[in-house]
Design a protein around this ligand. Sequence first.
Ligand code: NAD
Ligand code: MG
Length: 381
Amino acid sequence: MKRIAILGSTGSIGRQTLEVIANHPLEFGVEVLTARSNSKLLIEQAARFLPSMVVITDNSHLDTVRTALAGLPVRVCGGEDALEEAVTAAGVDIVLAAMVGFAGLIPVIHAIKAGKQIALANKETLVVAGELVTRLAAENKVGLLPVDSEHSAIFQCLTGEKHAEVDKIYITASGGPFRKLDITALEKVTSHDALKHPTWNMGAKITIDSASLMNKGLEVIEARWLFNLRPEQIDVIVHPQSIVHSLVQFCDGSIKAQMGLPDMRLPILYAMSYPKRLNGLFPKFDFAGYPSLTFEAPDSVRFPNLAIALEAMRSGGNMPCIMNAANEVAVEAFLHDKVGFYGMTRIIEKTIQKATFLSVAGLSEYIESDREARSIASSFV
Ligand code: NAD
Ligand code: MG
């Protein structure tokens, strides 16, 4: 049995991971659960799955969780520092990183250094510090198994293939809820409109990123590091049905695609069961329901965040870290209706101009750049 530590168990990915685990009780067990502030759900999950340890990082909820779980064989800890012990505990085989944003980086690094396999949903970890994290994973002989559906697709297509024979990859994008809107209409959209995603049901931050196509930009950077590709080997293609999850083109011109219904439980299951496949106890694809699958080019004029992310990737160094921090601040502001759709873009652009660029960076520089960029971005809200 593989024992799993779920970082962010109360979120969209975290809850679906627990569903997958509950469907495969002989294969997987829950060793650790962590959440930021949703104490009610964390308590319910802990009482049902009885992990060895739970962590609530927002200490103001610690007493509530402790009291509720008193009498159960579950250790309850609070604060971000407790995450280090949680991910490095001897009983943990796989750390499923499903917290949102920069906050995922440090716990993932601790887990890698402790030799734990990583099932990675938290793409921001690779956006901010992809070079460092992939190097540490290689040094510690730790697998980074993608949970992001596009990256799971590419990973599945690459299984059994040689890296040198990969020509390029195509990352598919649904196009989000605003795919057909013009600039005038986009200037008026609200967070309420953006939270209605056509094909995926996800947490608020990634849903806004999907509406602005920043999510695709983050995913290109994530793919660059996960699969060790040059920026020019990665293309984005809009595929509104979200059935083809991504594609790999090889040197002979052959293309492999991975398909399935848009259901995160599949990539979650594969990241945990790899190299095996287990029965997916969820609806399977039916051709009759999808008479046509379509593809179109993304529009970086209406969706400038995609181009900004690609440019940040090409700049390298701490630029993706700066951009990510600015985007986290911008998305938060948009969610609270403090800026409009293109207000997010302006915050990111102005932060990139003002923040300190470093062509070479390590962990301490990333932490400092994240702090500086957040503070600059906040001043533009
Ligand atoms: P979510 O907002 O639904 O859940 C986030 C979880 O992380 C919650 O459990 C929350 O308590 C915890 N958390 C948030 N901030 C934290 C902090 N500062 N410290 C500790 N814990 C914190 O998000 P989600 O949609 O599940 O996404 C999680 C990650 O997975 C993101 O990086 C996202 O980009 C990625 N991802 C999500 C999906 C999806 O379908 N939801 C798909 C692909 C990738
Ligand atoms: Mg994705």
